[in-house]
Design a protein around this ligand. Structure first.
Ligand SMILES: C[S@@+](CC[C@H](N)C(=O)[O-])C[C@H]1O[C@@H](n2cnc3c(N)ncnc32)[C@H](O)[C@@H]1O
Length: 283
């Protein structure tokens, strides 16, 4: 396992991609609502419990946690991206909700308080650590004995047309990108259960379960809007950046993704199947 600093990821989430998540927050939250539903259904809640949301982004899971919970809980959302944390704080102010706070921090390298939280949750916020063992050790020591961690990650590219269709369309237009280093931080970094299991074990965690579950990405959005969202993330953006893709390339890719998503049109709108790795850890 490498001991590299997280500077590259911090830069990444504080520049273009962080701002993209801010720009598309409403659409992305609508798309991933079912992932949150699955994730939160795995958690048990008690009154006054302290919850931490790792890589909270614009705060979707924090708002869901407080919104759907009958128990009074306190949620701290932590993230390394200033634009996303600022956006989350703005949403909080407008919502009038209490029991939520947001904090800018690198969960891999910045100190967490010891045994502060009863529960850790994360929707797609744990796959971007350059040293995941260090990050999970750091997170785990902030959880109280008998506490739990529940997080969601993407499974393989092949089982997630949300990413694979835009990526193939972009490759057809721009050519293939440079091969990425194995296990590089990114959306699919934890698709391999054996690899993720090894990381958790090396971080000192022994009681965990991992399961692949099918979830639908669906919204009331048009196919064009869904194509725009899917083309604005992950491997497609990486390729566009690497190849210096133009505005015309971007538009052509979105049109190609509209064609690729046609097969997912249903009477309820666009329903893109996804495979998500859900991870539960007992401390
Ligand atoms: C794919 S986004 C998910 C955001 C949010 N959980 C959601 O589902 O909308 C990944 C998030 O992880 C955050 N992140 C990546 N590395 C991090 C680190 N080392 N410490 C804290 N947050 C991190 C990013 O800034 C980003 O907001």
């Amino acid at each position: 396992m490498n001991g590299k600093s997280n500077e590259g990821q911090i830069k990444f989430w504080n520049e273009g991609p962080g701002s993209k998540w801010v720009k598309h927050q409403v659409g992305l939250d609508a798309c991933f609502a079912k992932v949150s539903e699955h994730l939160l259904s795995k958690c048990s809640f008690q009154s006054n419990m302290e919850v931490v949301d790792i890589g909270c982004g614009a705060g979707a899971t924090c708002f869901d946690l407080v919104g759907v919970n009958e128990e009074e809980i306190n949620v701290t959302g932590v993230d390394v991206s200033k634009p996303l944390i600022e956006h989350a704080k703005g949403r909080l102010e407008k919502s009038g909700l209490t029991g939520i706070s947001f904090k800018l921090m690198d969960v891999q390298n910045d100190q967490f308080p010891r045994q502060q939280y009863d529960l850790m949750v994360s929707r797609f916020g744990c796959m971007f650590f350059t040293n995941p063992v260090k990050a999970f050790k750091n997170i785990a020591q902030s959880i109280k004995p008998n506490g739990a961690m529940h997080f969601a990650c993407w499974s393989t590219l092949d089982s997630n047309p949300w990413f694979s269709i835009p990526k193939s369309v972009a490759e057809a237009r721009l050519g293939e990108g440079a091969p990425s280093a194995p296990r590089e931080p990114g959306p699919m970094a934890f698709a391999d259960h054996d690899y993720l299991g090894t990381i958790l074990t090396e971080a000192g965690l022994s009681q965990f379960s991992l399961s692949n579950e099918k979830v639908i990405i669906s919204t009331s959005y048009t196919i064009e809007e869904m194509a725009l969202l899917a083309s604005s993330l992950g491997p497609t953006v990486r390729l566009l950046n690497e190849k210096g893709g133009s505005e015309d390339d971007r538009k052509a890719i979105e049109e190609g993704v509209v064609d690729g998503f046609e097969q997912y049109k249903t009477s309820n709108g666009i329903e893109v199947p996804a495979t998500i790795v859900f991870v539960s850890v007992l401390i």
